[in-house]
Design a binder for this molecule. Structure first.
Ligand SMILES: O=C(O)CCC(=O)C(=O)O
Length: 293
């Protein structure tokens, strides 16, 4: 592989793995039902959304294997790269941010029509702007945990809170291989302190009231590969170890409604020029993914 282009320069599809709809009729088939949207608002999440076909999963898996190599020529474009972020020396959790700049397939999933349409609906029909991507990969047998947390507790450098997360599996995810778990309705608990993401699974417990502890009833989100789950920025979620024979690879897309502003003069993501406090999040690194038609 030679010199690599920074795909953040391109704000449309660069490969042929997705077809971008041209008509309102074509968009229609990607819409969530009213019941799915209501479920999201009531419980803080909606799961079981088909986002990828088999051939798209195969391309993403192949590109994931390539970009995991620290010698990949695009490596310097990652915002974060942790071959193993786990704080438990017996476990492995691969976690990265910024691969949309390096891999054509992980670039193009941002514009996946099934993703952007659902995000638009869940963000109260506002235009959808990209924040950042993440990869969470747990190997078979010794995959590490992702501790209970709320995404927005790591994102207060951007305001207002009008963010959304979409998690998609590249393997079937089950309780055996460390699928995501939610605490339904915890999006109504307000903002809690942020624990160490790949440290003690129960680090968050120190910040909960007795009432919240009593309501702490994790629900496993078991999903076939290619299916996704969307959650609210205050949803308490986490995932247990993978001791099974099957890996658990997944990618995450984080977006916010257009109009979100920077809350700091510091760098927002590593290597990204700062956006002054109070100024809109926009530009090369924060493309608009869907605007109202
Ligand atoms: O993949 C996981 O287990 C954790 C994902 C996560 O924390 C997220 O989607 O925000």
């Amino acid at each position: 592989m030679g010199e690599i282009k920074d795909l953040a320069e391109v704000h449309n599809l660069v490969s042929d793995i997705f077809h971008y709809p041209k008509t309102a009729e074509e968009w229609e088939k990607y819409k969530l039902s009213d019941d799915q949207v209501s479920h999201f608002h009531e419980y803080g999440y909606v799961s079981g959304i088909k986002l990828l076909e088999e051939d798209q999963i195969e391309v993403l898996r192949k590109e994931l294997a390539e970009i995991r190599d620290p010698n990949h020529p695009g490596h310097h474009l990652f915002y974060e790269f942790h071959s193993n972020e786990s704080e438990d020396s017996n476990s492995v959790l691969f976690h990265s941010l910024g691969h949309w700049r390096i891999s054509k397939a992980f670039h193009d999933v941002l514009w996946n029509p099934a993703f952007v349409m659902a995000a638009h609906q869940l963000l109260e029909y506002k235009p959808v702007r990209f924040w950042h991507d993440q990869l969470f990969s747990k190997p078979a047998k010794h995959g590490g945990v992702v501790a209970w947390h709320q995404d927005y507790s790591y994102w207060t450098r951007t305001v207002a809170m009008q963010h959304l997360t979409c998690w998609t599996g590249l393997d079937d995810a089950s309780t055996e291989n460390g699928c995501l778990h939610y605490i339904p309705k915890s999006h109504l608990w307000g903002l809690l302190d942020a624990p160490s993401l790949a440290g003690d699974m129960n680090g968050l417990m120190a910040y909960l009231t007795e009432e919240q502890k009593a309501e702490f009833k994790p629900v496993p989100i078991e999903l076939k590969k290619g299916y996704g789950t969307f959650h609210h920025p205050l949803m308490v979620h986490g995932s247990y170890e993978n001791k099974s024979e099957i890996s658990r690879r997944a990618f995450v897309l984080n977006v916010f409604a257009d109009g979100t502003v920077s809350n700091t003069d510091d760098e927002l993501l590593k290597g990204v020029p700062p956006i002054p406090k109070g100024k809109q999040m926009q530009g090369k690194f924060f493309p608009l993914l869907y605007k109202n038609k």
